[in-house]
Write a protein that binds this ligand. Sequence first.
Ligand SMILES: Nc1nc2c(ncn2[C@@H]2O[C@H](COP(=O)(O)OP(=O)(O)OP(=O)(O)O)[C@@H](O)[C@H]2O)c(=O)[nH]1
Ligand SMILES: [Mg+2]
Length: 324
Amino acid sequence: MSFRREKFIPKGGPDGGDGGKGGDVYLRVNDNLNTLADFRYTRSFKAKNGRPGSGQNKTGHGGDDLYIDVPLGTVVFDHDTDELIADISASDQCVVVAYGGKGGLGNAHFKSSTNRSPRRTTEGTKSEQRHLRLELRILADVGLVGAPNAGKSTLLAAVSQAKPKIAAYPFTTLYPQLGVVTVRAGRSFVMADIPGLVEGASDGVGLGTTFLRHLSRTRLLLHLVDVALLSVESLAQEITTIANELSHYGKDLAQQDRWLVFNKIDALPSNEAETKSRALVETLGWSGPRFLISAVTGQGCEALCQAVMAYLEGAEEPGWKGSE
Ligand SMILES: Nc1nc2c(ncn2[C@@H]2O[C@H](COP(=O)(O)OP(=O)(O)OP(=O)(O)O)[C@@H](O)[C@H]2O)c(=O)[nH]1
Ligand SMILES: [Mg+2]
């Protein structure tokens, strides 16, 4: 609040200027970043305050906005409400995550024909404060698909540092999990484990197929099959069902290369897994690669990962016949 005070000008009138607006906080993409590691140290960010207004009708300066750099692929949640605020997926994306408060109004603002010397002012509004949770979505190179209980999570845990939940009941995995598989120094790929698929998944049966979108940009699908569980005929049926659910979901998945990985060979007497998987590929007319592994004992897992790495690096395909 201020009134004009000047010699020879009696009753100069109100001249208190408005306060400045507080700065906004933005997240913007920095293409040079590829981790969220910087946020481990700096966890609190604040845009500048607006400056107060003052006499002689001076409006306060607005506070500078704050731009926080994040890597492409960052997904932003409100940590308190779990609301998705932004999925930063384009290089030029810049999103406001908290607005600065509005400046207060000086008494000059309230002058009118009936009130020539208002003493009224308003406080500025509070700026927005938010707890954000940032997650970085890594694109996986390889996706694991298969019926519930096939051992997808067990395989991921066996070949990467990931610690997915594993249990002997269907639909243990509720959300996609990622793991980095390091084949040799400096050579690694990202493997995604998603919830199991069942017949009708594309119509929402089980956990549905919404998680398949995480695989839409992978380069290879590993189709895990519990070779110990069912008869050759039932397994052939199950494999076809899952292939159908994949093609139902969309052509990018149906067109992806898919390898059959027969798991749990430790649960069968020696050679039976081999005989059974051979009979299966014959029944299916399958000509693609076939692997035999045990995610629990680790048998065949390294050979599988080596083959995946070679495939991803575009190396010449060694005779894909699995672990014969
Ligand atoms: N004997 C044997 N059991 C295995 C093997 N791999 C996984 N299992 C068991 O199979 C069960 C299911 O394993 P998970 O890894 O949770 O299966 P999943 O495919 O991730 O299942 P969902 O997440 O429910 O789709 C667990 O009890 C595992 O211990 C294996 O190679 N041999
Ligand atoms: Mg699982």
